[in-house]
Design a binder for this molecule. Structure first.
Ligand code: UDP
Length: 302
C-alpha cells in the first residue's frame, strides 16, 4: 500500500510496531523523500505533525497463527487502535479507510458472501478475537461516520497473498510453498474440501486505492472470486513447484470456515474493479520472491 501511494505521488507516514510484520519489508522505502516511518503501537494515542488527507488503518495480526498467539493485542488493535486512528482522522479532517475482513462472515451460511450478509461468527471461539475485533472496528467506523460526519470506507478483505509474506506465518500460501520447495509433506487441515479464493496483493491494493477515493461508507468486499478447495490448491502448488511432496492430513482447526468466496458485484459496480492477476502468475511471482529471499532457510538440510 505504501509503495502504491508513493508511486501515485503522495507523501506517506508509515506507522507500525512490527508485532507480526517485518521491518525488512520497508527497508527499500527508508530514505525515500516522501516516506517517513514512525515506530508506534496504535493502541496508544497517536499524534502526527504533518497535515493528512487520509488515514488508512491496516493494523492487526491477520494470520490465524498470529492472532491465536496474540488474542488480547488483536482485540486491542481493533478497538483502541481503531478509536485512536479515527480520532487522528477527525483531528486532521482526513478521510479514513478501515481494512476489515471476510472473517466478519464467520463460517458463512450464505454463499458467495455478499456485503449485506450479517455473518455466522462464534463470539467465544478461538477465532473470535479477530472476528469480533474487526466487527467492532466496523461498528466504530460507522459510528464516527454517523456521529461526526467523517468520510469513511470499509474494505472486507478476503484471502490475499504475495511477496513479502512471512514464510512461517502459518497461512496456507506460505505454508504450502515452503513445504513444497523443501520437499516436505504438504499439510492439509481436515480433508481439504474447505474452499478459499486467493487474491494477488497488487489487485487488492488497487481495490483499496479505488475504494479510498469513493464515497461508499458501507463495507465493500475485495477479493478474488476464483474459488477452489484446499486440496486442489495443494495440487496446484505441487504442480507449479515441480515438487514431489506428499499431501498429508492434519486436524482441522476449530471454527475453520467451510467455504469462502467473495461476491464482488459491488466493487465491480462502484469501483470498476476486479482482480486481474491469474493465480498461476501471482503464485509464480510469490515463488520467485520466496526462492530469492529465503534460499538459505529453504534449503537447510538439503
Ligand atoms: N490450511 C491448511 N494447511 C495449512 C494452513 C492452512 O490446510 O498448513 C487451511 C486452513 O485450515 C484454511 C485454509 O487453509 O481452511 C486457509 O487458511 P489460512 O490460515 O491461510 O487463512 P484463513 O482463510 O483460515 O483465514
Amino acid at each position: 500500500m505504501c509503495d502504491r501511494l508513493l508511486a501515485e505521488g503522495h507523501a506517506v507516514v508509515g506507522v507500525d510496531n512490527f508485532l507480526t510484520g517485518a521491518e525488512q519489508n520497508i527497508t527499500h522505502l527508508m530514505g525515500h523523500p516522501r516516506f517517513r516511518f514512525v515506530s508506534h503501537d496504535i493502541t496508544q494515542p497517536l499524534s502526527v505533525a504533518d497535515p493528512l488527507d487520509a488515514v488508512v488503518n491496516m493494523a492487526s495480526p491477520a494470520s490465524p497463527k498470529d492472532y491465536l498467539e496474540h488474542p488480547i493485542e488483536t482485540l486491542d488493535v481493533g478497538s483502541a487502535g481503531t478509536r485512536n486512528t479515527l480520532e487522528l482522522a477527525r483531528a486532521k479532517s482526513a478521510r479514513y479507510l478501515l481494512t476489515s475482513t471476510s472473517e466478519c462472515y464467520g463460517d458463512p451460511l450464505v454463499h458467495p458472501q455478499v456485503e449485506t450478509y450479517w455473518g455466522n461468527v462464534n463470539p467465544v471461539g478461538p477465532r473470535s478475537c479477530y472476528d469480533e475485533s474487526k466487527r467492532f472496528a466496523e461498528a466504530l467506523t460507522m459510528a464516527y461516520h454517523r456521529t461526526h460526519g467523517l468520510r469513511t470506507n470499509i474494505a472486507r478483505i478476503f484471502n490475499t497473498y504475495g511477496p513479502r509474506m512471512k514464510l512461517d506465518d502459518g497461512r496456507v500460501v506460505p505454508a504450502f510453498v515452503y513445504q513444497a520447495l523443501r520437499g516436505e509433506p504438504i499439510t492439509i487441515f481436515g480433508d481439504g474440501t474447505q474452499t478459499r479464493s486467493f487474491c494477488y496483493v497488487s489487485d487488492l491494493v488497487d481495490g483499496l486505492y479505488r475504494l479510498m477515493h469513493s464515497d461508499e461508507h458501507y463495507p465493500v468486499n475485495l477479493g478474488n472470486p476464483d474459488e477452489m478447495t484446499i486440496l486442489e490448491f495443494a495440487e496446484r502448488i505441487r504442480g507449479l513447484t515441480g515438487s514431489s511432496s506428499p499431501i498429508v492430513s492434519r486436524p482441522l482447526p476449530e471454527d475453520d470456515p467451510r467455504q469462502r468466496q467473495p461476491d464482488i458485484s459491488k466493487a465491480r459496480r462502484l469501483l470498476n474493479w476486479e482482480p486481474r492477476v491469474p493465480l498461476e502468475e501471482g503464485l509464480r511471482l510469490t515463488l520467485d520472491h520466496f526462492r530469492g529471499h529465503t534460499s538459505s532457510q529453504l534449503f537447510i538440510g538439503r
